[in-house]
Design a protein around this ligand. Structure first.
Ligand code: AHG
Ligand code: MN
Ligand code: MN
Length: 367
């Protein structure tokens, strides 16, 4: 007879109750929705709005994933024929994915405003239930667009803030221009050899792998942690001559033959921020997209690329800065502002920051 907290169970109930007994088949892993619902009980004032928001993002990701997996067959490769605010020619998939995330977030009703890499201005829906939305979302619908046609991993990045303006009216720009430290959640989808959704709500980082045969994300990477150090550095060295002296010195440091410190490191550069950061999240390493004399703020966008990725990496025990200042403390003044980034294993980012302080201290004035 099983005595569980004073309850006496019959033999039949006992069998049903004790699910830890040896079972003939492995128990299916936890789905994303089960995981979110489980976590929701940890937030006493949770009303389910956030759960629905993450779920809506997951639905859009599944639709985008479907097109990516058929890219060579569907008419989704190539250029759309327009240019976005970044001055970049939009790929068909950029536009398609952008539409999917906007529609999913519009019809979900949790979102009072959106900022997208593909839209110059913020997006508000103006319908009554979105005006009640508690959240705003900044996102990059397709990260690594240059890799679409060559079948190299690409991603989606999203950042979720609580609105700071009064519910009942459409969201406003100040709801979106919040520093990363205000993020309530951030995540990315990586369309790689498998499709993964990795996100944090400020209590660690968890990764879910998509099983297209059942259309569900399953918890495959619980409590992801960045190794404290690593042997991979990731930077586009084609821009070497434009780099600040501190970055040049750090690259040379990575290339020194010193077995005691596992150098020379290896260099890996995929050209999709999501893929380069995801690899370092699992293996350890550093990704750097520095400012240059031509572009002191570099290329990557603070609101919907760097702040969400920084939140994830910090929650996994890593570090993210602009070479001098914590990415999550940078105050955005524009939806599309850019920032240099040093992100990954804490010891490697700290070493790179040492070189920036020693050789490029004045660079911060240019940013
Ligand atoms: P996006 O496709 O959203 O514009 O992002 C591309 C970004 C980022 O994913 C990647 O790390 C970086 O561009 C690569 O830039 P370079 O080609 O200049 O190295
Ligand atoms: Mn991007
Ligand atoms: Mn993009």
């Amino acid at each position: 007879m099983l005595q569980a907290s004073g309850i006496s169970l019959t033999a039949k109930e006992e069998t049903n109750f004790n699910i830890d007994i040896e079972r003939p088949f492995p128990m299916p892993m936890k789905t994303l929705v089960q995981f979110i619902n489980e976590k929701q009980v940890e937030y006493p004032d949770a009303t389910g709005d956030f759960t629905r928001l993450i779920n809506d993002i997951g639905i859009a990701a599944k639709i985008v994933n479907r097109e990516i997996r058929r890219a060579g067959l569907a008419d989704i490769n190539g250029y759309f024929g327009s240019t976005n605010i970044q001055g970049e020619e939009q790929k068909k998939l950029d536009v398609f994915a952008n539409e999917q995330f906007i529609n999913a977030l519009k019809h979900g009703g949790q979102c009072a405003a959106l900022a997208s890499e593909e839209n110059e201005d913020m997006i508000i829906f103006g319908n009554k239930y979105s005006m009640g939305g508690k959240y705003v979302v900044a996102f990059d619908p397709v990260d690594g667009s240059s890799n679409i046609e060559v079948n190299v991993p690409i991603g989606t990045i999203f950042a979720i803030y609580k609105r700071i303006t009064q519910e009942g009216a459409s969201g406003s720009i100040e709801d979106l221009l919040q520093p990363g430290r205000n993020l309530v959640a951030a995540g990315y989808v990586m369309y790689g050899s498998s499709t993964m959704l990795v996100y944090t709500t400020g209590n660690g980082v968890n990764g879910f792998t998509y099983d297209a045969t059942v259309g569900l994300f399953f918890l495959s990477h619980p409590n992801m942690r960045v190794p404290e150090t690593g042997t991979i550095y990731s930077i586009n060295e084609a821009n070497y001559v434009y780099f600040p002296e501190g970055v040049k010195r750090y690259i040379k440091y990575c290339q020194v033959d010193d077995k005691a410190t596992n150098r020379p490191y290896s260099t890996r550069y995929i050209g999709s921020l999501v893929a380069d950061v995801h690899r370092n999240l699992i293996r350890g390493g550093i990704f750097i997209y520095p400012g240059t004399l031509k572009n002191p703020n570099g290329k990557l966008r603070l609101l919907y690329e760097l702040a969400p990725m920084a939140f994830i990496i910090e929650q996994a025990g890593g570090k993210a800065s602009d070479g001098f200042r914590r990415i999550m403390d940078l105050e955005p003044y524009d939806l599309h502002q850019r920032s240099p980034v040093f992100i990954g294993s804490v010891k490697m980012v700290e070493k790179a920051e040492e070189f920036m302080r020693e050789y490029s201290r004045d660079f911060v004035e240019k940013m």
